[in-house]
Design a protein around this ligand. Structure first.
Ligand SMILES: Nc1ncnc2c1ncn2[C@@H]1O[C@H](COP(=O)(O)OP(=O)(O)OP(=O)(O)O)[C@@H](O)[C@H]1O
Length: 249
């Protein structure tokens, strides 16, 4: 088994008659947190959809945990949390989780154990009996994340999981992502908040359907002669356009 959780080769995707990913190559390492960063519309969600096997692609290859993206055998090995938390308002936290565990085919004590573990992992033990509609935005996001953890996925794909959350909650979610990676889970996390870059083991910077950089933050900063992911990004954009902005290359 190789070190790659995801391998993308020469991926081309068109949406609404426009090419949005144009010959993209990417390798996502196992057991690490990879941040997919880039401005709105740069193609992050489209790339994630391709990795999940739900995006129609024009050409190219996407291999996930050694299988073609979207293979039925990946269903329980890969979990996805979309930008809109998928939580039923009229069910409690526990009922939501028991429902999603059932959808995953978990029964009896396996279901109870999975729900208990997921609740504990996202620290929602005190909220188990509360209706989802009464939860705060951050609590809802954590329920959504807990549903994704129920099947013990090897790859967790999270589309802007911290959007709209306060800094304390954002920090606690990033700590959780790090803990999951330490347990061997591979996380691919998109964000357009550049200051979240320092919480990632590896950064993939996207712009206009292309990958500008795929590096560790310290290497990226050294290479661009900058002191933050944001400045590194601007430097790379400047470089791509002829070196107009940011620090030296
Ligand atoms: N359903 C669609 N039909 C047509 N074009 C689309 C569709 N969804 C996205 N696009 C276009 O594809 C491009 C990439 O969008 P995508 O959602 O992948 O970007 P993103 O980086 O995830 O953005 P955001 O950070 O805003 O979520 C954009 O130009 C967008 O307008």
């Amino acid at each position: 088994m190789g070190v790659a959780a995801v391998e993308v080769a020469e991926l081309r995707v068109a949406r609404g008659g426009r090419v949005v990913l144009d010959g993209l190559d990417l390798t996502v390492r196992r057991g690490a947190v990879t941040g997919l960063l880039g401005p709105s519309g740069s193609g992050k969600t489209t790339l994630m959809r391709a990795i999940l096997g739900v995006q129609v692609v024009a050409s190219g290859r996407v291999t996930v945990l050694g299988e073609a993206a979207g293979s039925p055998s990946l269903r329980s090995r890969v979990a996805y949390v979309t930008q809109a938390p998928s939580v039923y308002d009229d069910l409690t936290v526990e009922e939501n989780l028991r429902y999603f565990a059932r959808v995953l085919g978990l029964r009896g004590s396996k279901r109870t154990e999975a729900v208990d573990a997921a609740v504990e992992r996202v620290e929602l033990g005190d909220e188990r009996g509360r209706l989802a509609r009464n939860l705060s935005g951050g609590e809802r996001s954590r329920v959504s994340l807990a549903t994704a953890l129920l099947g013990d996925p090897e790859l967790l794909v999270l589309d802007e999981p911290t959007v709209g959350l306060d800094p304390v909650l954002r920090a606690s979610l990033w700590t959780l992502f790090g803990a999951l990676a330490a347990d061997g889970v591979t996380l691919l996390v998109s964000s357009h908040v550049m200051d979240e870059a320092e919480r990632c083991d590896r950064l993939v910077l996207m712009r206009d359907g292309q990958i500008l950089a795929d590096d560790r933050l310290p290497d990226l900063l050294a290479r661009t002669g900058t002191s933050s992911a944001e400045h590194a990004f601007l430097s790379l954009v400047g470089g791509a356009e002829g070196g107009a902005e940011g620090g030296a290359r």
